[in-house]
Design a protein around this ligand. Structure first.
Ligand code: NAD
Ligand code: UGA
Length: 470
């Protein structure tokens, strides 16, 4: 396979494809990069001259797009053309959990991967390196190879040259909200493969900005499994600390103090042990479910049950928070106004996929609460989609609550009986409790599930406070 890459195509212009290729383009001005997608609206947004309207919000991303777009970074729906013209093709499409059929609720749905592989098989010219960027079950590279090779086995015009493909696994470890920084300074880059020159070609791209010692090469299956394992380990830490947050509440220990003490052990480390309303995001749950599916498939029942528990604690944490809110507000929230601060699954992103806010809000609406939702980056349309119920201020049925999108903390707090902080946005760290307490109905409550607010000040102004793990 060729070692010098001049043209790259990335299939999938989502949270991974967009930022990853932007950082590639920024560091490799000598490579032409085309990011393609079937979603026309998404491509239009990537091409929007107004950089505040890019489809994805990530700190630092707009500046890179401004520098590279139209020079060596392009966004297009012309999938065929860009597959045809490329030396290396990244597959960065979505791999959600299957919602029906065999493996429903656990296995990853690979239909978008298969479709991408078929597109490459049909359109690619000779000698193409195909890179798995999406997170995939172990041994998916085998399937991709078979689909790619199928073009050579069809009865075809003997004048058409045989196409050569190699498949590499190069999972992405970026976290949303810090994607640009993670891509610029990754802890490691992982490349799995069995063709040395293809591995060298991909390595050569990363070496433009990443040190050799940070680039790890493994066999395909280790690479695919490492990605699932890394996410499972990270999620497991969150479920571990969240389980202890409940014990803190029962015993009088303080979860922040416990996390500090535990995290100072260098073997444990202080990252990823912040208690909260449970992990959200598009990947942790789906990747652990996939791990569980793989364990079941290989008959590893005990291992499967072990990882299942990480998800169960995560669900329980969310439900526990809803119950606490209702109980503190005298056992009923029917017709009560509740301010929801934060809807994104974490700060510094507009992504709401699997956000704990979704189920907490749905449950509170079902309990009859009138929610006033504010998030600095998530818009009303997205919230409507997630809550799948129409914003209705004139809802006369007081048994079923409703929700309304508002554009400030102040508006959310008007006449509210409770404020629930669900995302750790900086803005929520410095709330003016003197001002906000006057807007709320008495007795008023603050529920801080992210441990970010100045609870002493809130108490000073007459607000009752419940903070997680306290
Ligand atoms: P996404 O849904 O944001 O983007 C995927 C894009 O692929 C969509 O825009 C979709 O229209 C497009 N697509 C699907 N099939 C296509 C096809 N045949 N041709 C062209 N375009 C097609 O998903 P994402 O968050 O970017 O995740 C992509 C993969 O990366 C997943 O496997 C995910 O597990 C993994 N991953 C995600 C993150 C993250 O932070 N979101 C981090 C690491 C890894
Ligand atoms: C996660 C991983 O961190 C990435 O390495 C991985 O590439 C990515 O999944 C993926 O495969 O999609 P992401 O989901 O974007 O990244 O964000 P995280 O920072 O991991 O946060 C996930 C969830 O855990 C958020 O809801 C966050 O609030 C929560 N969390 C995180 C905690 O509750 N406590 C913590 O200490 C850390």
């Amino acid at each position: 396979m060729k070692s010098e890459i001049k043209k790259i195509c990335c299939i999938g212009a989502g949270y991974v494809g967009g930022p990853t290729m932007a950082v590639f383009a920024y560091n490799c001005p000598h490579i032409q990069i085309n990011v393609v997608d079937i979603n026309e609206d998404r491509i239009k947004s990537w091409n929007n001259p107004d950089l505040s309207l890019l489809p994805i919000y990530e700190p630092g991303l707009a500046a890179i797009i401004k520098k590279c777009r139209g020079k060596n970074l392009h966004f297009s729906t012309d999938i065929k053309k860009h597959i045809q013209n490329s030396d290396m093709i990244f597959i960065s499409v979505n791999t959600p959990t299957k919602t029906k059929g065999i493996g429903k609720g656990k296995a990853l749905d690979l239909k978008w991967i298969e479709k991408s592989a078929r597109q490459i098989s049909n359109y690619a010219k000779n000698n193409t390196i195909v890179v798995e960027k999406s997170t995939l079950p172990v041994r998916t590279a085998d399937t991709i190879k078979k689909i790619l090779e199928s073009v050579n086995t069809k009865e075809q015009n003997p004048k058409i040259k045989r196409k050569n493909f190699t498949v590499l696994s190069n999972p992405e470890f970026l976290a949303e909200g810090s994607a640009v920084d993670n891509l610029q300074n990754p802890d490691r880059v992982l490349i799995g493969g069995d063709d040395d020159s293809s591995i060298e070609a991909l390595k050569g791209i990363y070496l433009n900005w990443i040190k050799n010692e940070k680039i790890l090469t493994t066999n395909l299956w280790s690479s695919e499994l490492s990605k699932l394992t890394a996410n499972a380990f990270l999620a497991q830490r969150i479920s571990s600390i969240n389980s202890i947050s409940a014990l803190c509440e029962a015993t009088g220990a303080d979860i922040k103090e416990v996390a500090l003490a535990v995290g100072m052990d260098s073997r444990i480390g202080n990252n990823f042990i912040s208690a909260g309303p449970g992990f959200g995001g598009s990947c942790f749950k789906k990747d652990i479910l996939n791990l569980i599916y793989l364990c079941d498939y290989y008959g590893l029942d005990k291992v499967s049950k072990y990882w299942q528990q990480v998800i169960e604690i995560n669900n329980w944490q969310r439900e526990r928070i809803t119950n606490i809110v209702v109980n503190k507000l005298f056992g009923t929230i029917s017709d009560k106004k509740i301010a929801i601060l934060g809807f994104a699954f974490k700060a510094n992103t507009n992504d709401t996929r699997e956000s704990p806010a979704i189920l907490i809000c749905k449950d509170l609406i079902e309990e009859g609460g009138n929610l006033r939702i504010y998030d600095p980056k998530v818009n009303s349309k997205q919230i409507e989609k997630d809550l799948s119920c129409i914003q209705n201020q004139n809802n006369l049925d007081k048994e079923i609550g409703n929700w309304k999108f508002v554009n400030s903390i102040e508006k959310a707090s008007e006449d509210a009986d409770g404020i629930i902080i669900l995302t750790e946005w900086d803005e929520f760290k410095n709330i003016n409790w003197s001002k906000i307490s006057q807007k709320m109905r008495k007795p008023s409550w603050l529920f801080d599930t992210r441990l970010v607010s100045n609870t002493n000040e809130a108490k000073l102004f007459g607000i009752d406070v419940w903070s997680l793990g306290n």
